[in-house]
Design a binder for this molecule. Structure first.
Ligand code: CMC
Length: 422
């Protein structure tokens, strides 16, 4: 359906019709009609920056779909690699396609010995795993100079496979470096997520068996984190990629955006918040501090969701399944009370603040044995599929370089005063 908005420019009395297509006003059309009037939208809250077929989320209705498939169905019926295939290539794979895809990933998952020695060993012992990940993903760029040929779809595909394959290896190496354990090479006989768990936790002397239920739960967490439209980190990957920088530095930049506590770093911040609250009895006081504006309830709120985040719903159920194996996380009761108090309080209700994906994920990761510094790294492993799907889609569309306008608020023209007269 085509419709339009009519605007009267009161400066001149001119009348312009701005077409509305698919619920959006094309800003280029607007500029043609009103060439000297720009949109001012610093956080892009009212601006669409992409045409994308990868993921759809409706914040009011509270749904999330990857290429049309509801997240609830994917969570139940598809593995992370199937979902990555769906996001990257448009369809869920057949069994044969999945086997071929898994083989390609397994083959590309190793990291050169020199990389471990020269890159990882260069960090301080207490370096945060996300800082190590940001740097090591960027460092891969120096190993693959051919990845700069981003306009070639075949080249893009080969580096998509490499990045998807190496992200768990980098993540596990970042962890093992931090605890001073020798690196473990990938095991091609294990599936994607079991292999990651083995690289994380296998002792040097061997003998580590991956618990299939925990591997399945972590795989589900990767599925839930795999994509989320034009979020801060995906927009960062697109922005850097729009200059035709290579995929490694584009994804390193996305990891950097994810690291912040308002975005993927929130899972770590939730755990630290729960530990700081300390006990069930302190929840009411903490909520009161949030309402006074002194604190922020981490793991709550979302720019798009104004309803319960569908991923948080699935995670809450998953948490119970995981705790049956690992034992209940002692912080769970506090988290449940925090949620109950917040959902009944007008401060949160009126602002439509609900638990998001980060509220329960940290409790699960912690119970599985991951240290807090690894939580956002785990988010990054899942989101790599989405980052790459959007990066590839943007380049296939032949998009222009990202270059927003600004509203200049500084001084008018003024003369430079020589230094000894200032
Ligand atoms: N605790 C307390 N108040 C909040 C919170 C919160 N977590 N989130 C938003 N508000 C309040 C905010 O103070 C504002 O109140 P007022 O209208 O009185 O000024 C109102 O709600 C609207 O908030 P906003 O800051 O305009 O919302 P935003 O869309 O700019 O920010 C957000 C979204 C996710 C950054 C924010 O909700 C937040 O900081 N949440 C905590 C961090 C978090 O859990 N982040 C993970 C997001 S989900 C995973 C991902 O995709 O990264």
């Amino acid at each position: 359906m085509s419709s339009s908005i009519t605007i009267i420019d009161n400066r001149t009395g001119d009348r312009v019709d701005v077409p509305i297509v698919d619920g959006t006003v094309d800003a280029r059309e607007w500029s043609r009609l009103l060439p000297d009037v720009w949109f001012h939208d610093p956080s892009f809250g009212s601006t669409s920056g992409a045409e994308s077929a990868v993921c759809e989320l409706d914040g009011a209705a509270g749904y999330l779909r990857y290429r049309g498939h509801p997240i609830e169905q994917l969570a139940e019926q598809a593995s992370f690699l199937e979902v990555a295939h769906l996001l990257l290539f448009g369809e869920l794979p057949t069994r044969a396609q999945l086997d071929g895809f898994a083989d390609e990933i397994a083959e590309a998952s190793t990291i050169h010995e020199n990389f471990h020695k020269r890159i990882f060993e260069g960090f301080r012992d207490d370096a945060h795993a996300m800082g190590v990940l940001v740097s090591s993903v960027a460092a891969l760029s120096t190993f693959y100079p051919d990845s700069k040929d981003v306009e070639d779809a075949t080249v893009r595909r080969s580096h998509i496979i490499r990045l998807l394959a190496k992200m768990p290896t980098l993540a596990a190496s970042a962890y093992r470096r931090s605890v001073g354990n020798p690196y473990v090479q990938p095991d091609p006989d294990l599936d994607y997520t079991s292999n990651f768990l083995a690289m994380m936790f296998r002792p040097a002397e061997g003998g580590f068996e991956v618990d299939p239920i925990l591997a399945q739960a972590l795989d589900l967490l990767f599925v839930l984190h795999a994509d989320h439209g034009q979020n801060c980190s995906t927009t960062t990957a697109r922005t850097v990629g729009s200059s035709h920088a290579d995929p490694y530095v584009s994804l390193s930049a996305a990891c950097g955006a994810l690291y912040g506590p308002r975005h993927g770093g929130a899972n770590e911040a939730v755990l630290r918040m729960l530990e700081e609250i300390g006990s069930y009895d302190q929840v009411d006081d903490f909520v009161a501090a949030v309402k006074r504006g002194e604190r922020r309830l981490m793991g709550f709120g979302h720019r798009v969701y104004k309803n319960y985040d569908p991923r948080a719903k699935i995670l809450k159920e998953t948490a119970h399944r995981v705790f049956e194996i690992t034992g209940k996380n002692p912080l769970l009761d506090m988290a449940l009370k925090l949620e109950e108090v917040a959902l009944a309080d007008n401060y949160f209700v009126s602002r439509k603040l609900y638990p998001n994906v980060d509220f329960y994920s940290g409790l699960i990761y912690q119970s599985m044995g991951f240290p807090v510094e690894m939580f956002t790294v785990l988010f990054a492993i899942g989101r790599t599929a989405g980052w790459l799907a959007h990066w590839d889609e943007m380049l296939a569309q032949g998009s222009r370089i990202a270059r927003p306008r600004q509203l200049y608020i500084g001084e008018a023209t003024r003369d430079v005063v020589p230094i000894d007269q200032r």
